[in-house]
Design a protein around this ligand. Structure first.
Ligand code: MN
Length: 341
């Protein structure tokens, strides 16, 4: 890394046109990391654009620079023009172009002679980047972006606004500093960010204590439907289209629901099935300890992610998805039961 960062530092010494691209259905970490870099690069005199494949979820729309984010889905021509016109393209919080959705993926693949920088903490990054900062041991991309800014020699550019973005990214990806991905480095960086004057409690409230009435009632429905399979130490929730619509489901409303399954004393593996509007089922997986939720997701549900937090999808019906899930549990039984050993 030291040699490469030096090269990149030189490259960023003169004004550049930069695009920052995040993954589809962006979360606090993706937006936080991109928002922070957007501010830093603007301060450095670069012409910077932040592009999200689709809408920023409402619960994150208070984050700095989200008002300046270009949404690819609704501004395709402009987004493509800006991306093609960039000198440097930063891809943040994802490991493969496919995470941006079909159309944007195609645009990114078609680019020639662009400098790509990847900053990400997911496993198995694709090798498109000229500069790759990939480390799956890190809590979040925001944590890595903090260090990246420091390595660039731009620590003095950090301010309260940037700190707010990075802190939010780290906080959301660590579940408020409690997931196993939280390290002493994570805490030190969070402390540095607090020293810049952020109101951490306000950020916590904005993210976690800002449920709409509908969302809270949907959570009630979800908890009522929780199924626990003690022999597998596994809990799952399934929400149909009908149930989602009953509570006027908005994107992001089910964020965090899957974790309730894991809050059960004897559960080591928690899953939520969400029926899509058009077809198929989206699934989130969470695990305790060393059980690899991402392996389950990858093997049977076209997904992947981190050890303790992964996602997937299937074109099966809801019933089909749950049946497949239950069928495959025995294969992982020993691993699930031994997660905390
Ligand atoms: Mn992340």
């Amino acid at each position: 890394m030291p040699q490469r960062i030096k090269e990149l530092r030189n490259l960023l010494n003169s004004p550049k046109k930069i695009s920052l691209i995040i993954h589809r259905n962006p979360d606090g970490d993706a937006i936080g990391a991109a928002s922070a870099l957007y501010s830093v690069f603007n301060k450095m005199g670069h012409q910077t654009h932040l592009i999200s494949p689709n809408e920023i979820p409402e619960y994150l729309q208070w984050l700095p620079n989200t008002d300046k984010t270009l949404i690819f889905d609704s501004n395709k021509e402009e987004s493509i023009r800006l991306i093609q016109d960039s000198d440097i393209i930063f891809t943040l919080d994802f490991n493969d172009f496919s995470r941006t959705g079909n159309e944007l993926e195609e645009v990114l693949h078609s680019l020639k002679n662009k400098t790509f920088v990847l900053i990400d903490h997911h496993l198995e990054p694709s090798d498109y980047a000229n500069y790759m900062f990939s480390d799956h041991h890190r809590s979040s991309t925001s944590e890595m972006v903090y260090e990246f800014i420091v390595e660039l020699g731009k620590k003095d550019l950090l301010d309260k606004v940037i700190a707010k973005s990075l802190y939010t990214g780290i906080m959301t990806d660590t579940g408020s500093f409690k997931f196993p991905n939280t390290t002493s480095t994570t805490m030190r960086i969070a402390a540095d960010l607090m020293d810049l004057g952020i109101n951490h409690n306000k950020i916590q409230i904005k993210i976690y204590d800002s449920f709409s009435y509908d969302k809270l009632r949907l959570l009630g429905e979800a908890l009522n439907k929780l199924v626990f399979l003690p022999e597998y130490k596994t809990a799952y929730i399934a929400l149909t289209k009908k149930e989602l619509h009953k509570y006027h489901y908005q994107k992001g409303d089910t964020e965090g629901f899957v974790n309730y399954g894991l809050s059960l004393k004897d559960s080591n593996f928690a899953v939520i099935f969400l029926e899509n509007d058009n077809e198929g089922v989206r699934i989130s997986f969470r695990s305790k300890g060393k059980f690899p939720a991402n392996e389950f997701a990858k093997k049977y549900f076209n997904g992947g992610g981190h050890l303790n937090a992964a996602g997937g999808r299937t074109n099966l019906s809801m019933e089909g998805a749950i049946t497949l899930f239950k069928e495959k549990l025995p294969e992982f039984k020993e691993q699930i039961l031994a997660a905390n050993d």
